[in-house]
Design a protein. Structure first.
Length: 396
């Protein structure tokens, strides 16, 4: 096999649900050895999230890919000792317990760094490790609400809108993987590990753009504008003659002009307000009427073909069925097929990006709860008597 970029990196994933486990998944996709540690009787709830087939959670098959799975109760004395032995040879620990939980079990940074000074302890929580909200339960929904995302999402005269999927968790998972690699790069220079403190409420605020700066400098508060943009127009979704939808964007002035020529309204280009995106946005009703009426008289296939010929920006509004049939996604192998012993051929999103020399790969989908416990602990040097003692204690 081609050597992977993170080969030799060992990650202990003790987190549950989405942000922390997703970060570990992304590391595993590019060759890190990821050991998923779950409670013996309370596995990661993502195993039961969403639809299942034959009693097997499908979300877990994606989130648990490229991970070996063991059970370990860190609150038990034997579980604590075993975890310290695992951490001694690991590079990264990912956890998302409430602040103070690891310390309660005598597994905080002081204990972990004592057995492994090169360790990167990655702590993913709703609100961070300190501050007035640190000990509150935190989920992505709360981050989507607090960050300003919900306040700007939806129609102007309708309630704020929350996303129907784990947006804040997913953004935090991506950011956490980046944070881990940053900490490891620092370790390469200093020889010492450190603590990564990741709060779900922060990465989503970053991707919302310069809202704090706008408010600081101008007192400007972004409002809900539906599918429209305050920065350019036409920018909206439009219904086609065959009942489907397309999205049009004109962030560049040249694209906006091409769209007006295409829809037969070139005279609008000569309007004084057409020269800037913000002024076009102020006249969105006029531009939406021009574009929308042209699109409404044509099928989606004809609209897409005409926009492509005009070198204007358009995309179909696709559901998952369309995504799987889309020729661009197919060319990129964005959704690939994994051979799974439980479900057979299984389609899921491929690794996040392509590397020309050391590509990542999905080696296997999520494995059963605790499937690799004995194998991993034997590799660690535990004897059969020690495994039996841990089971008697309830630590496995």
């Amino acid at each position: 096999m081609t050597e992977t970029p993170l080969q030799g990196l060992r990650v202990l994933d003790t987190a549950t649900l989405f942000a922390g486990p997703l970060a570990a998944t992304l590391l595993g996709d590019f060759g890190a050895e990821v050991v998923k540690i779950e409670h013996p009787t309370k596995p990661d709830p993502s195993r039961g999230h969403g639809p299942s087939k034959d009693g097997i959670g499908l979300w877990w098959k994606v989130l648990g890919r490229n991970k070996r799975t063991i059970t370990l109760d860190l609150s038990k004395p034997g579980g604590r000792t075993t975890f310290l032995r695992l951490a001694a040879s690991a590079d990264v620990v990912v956890e998302n317990f409430r602040p103070g939980t690891l310390e309660k079990w005598d597994l905080g940074w002081s204990e972990l760094s004592a057995v492994n000074p090169r360790l990167v302890l990655t702590r993913v929580t709703g609100f961070g490790q300190f501050g007035p909200y640190a000990h509150r339960p935190g989920f992505g929904t709360l981050a989507e609400a607090m960050s300003g995302f919900a306040a700007i999402t939806g129609e102007p005269d309708a309630p704020p809108v929350l996303p129907p999927f784990g947006l804040a968790d997913s953004i935090a998972g991506l950011a956490t993987a980046y944070a881990v690699m940053t900490a490891l790069a620092a370790r390469d220079r200093t020889g010492e590990g450190q603590v990564v403190d990741m709060a779900l409420i922060e990465p989503i605020l970053t991707v919302l753009g310069p809202q704090p700066t706008w408010y600081d400098q101008l007192g400007h508060v972004q409002e809900r504008t539906g599918n429209r943009s305050a920065n350019n127009a036409p920018r909206n979704t439009y219904r086609t003659a065959d009942g489907t939808w397309v999205a049009v964007s004109t962030s560049a002035q040249s694209i906006a002009e091409r769209v007006m020529h295409l829809v037969g309204r070139p005279e609008l280009i000569d309007e004084p307000w057409f020269a800037t995106g913000a002024e076009r946005a102020a006249h969105a009703d006029v531009l939406d009427a021009a574009v929308g009426s042209w699109i409404a008289r044509r099928s989606r296939a004809d609209v897409l073909a005409a926009f492509e010929k005009a070198e204007a920006a358009v995309a179909p509004i696709q559901d998952v069925r369309d995504v799987l049939a889309d020729p661009q996604y197919q060319a990129l192998d964005t959704v690939t097929t994994v051979d799974d012993p439980d479900l057979g051929p299984l389609r899921m999103q491929n690794v996040l990006f392509r590397l020309s020399s050391t590509p990542g790969a999905i080696r296997w989908a999520g494995r059963p709860h605790g499937a690799d416990t004995d194998e991993i602990l034997r590799e660690l040097g535990l004897t059969e008597a020690e495994l039996t003692a841990l089971r008697t204690e309830g630590a496995l």
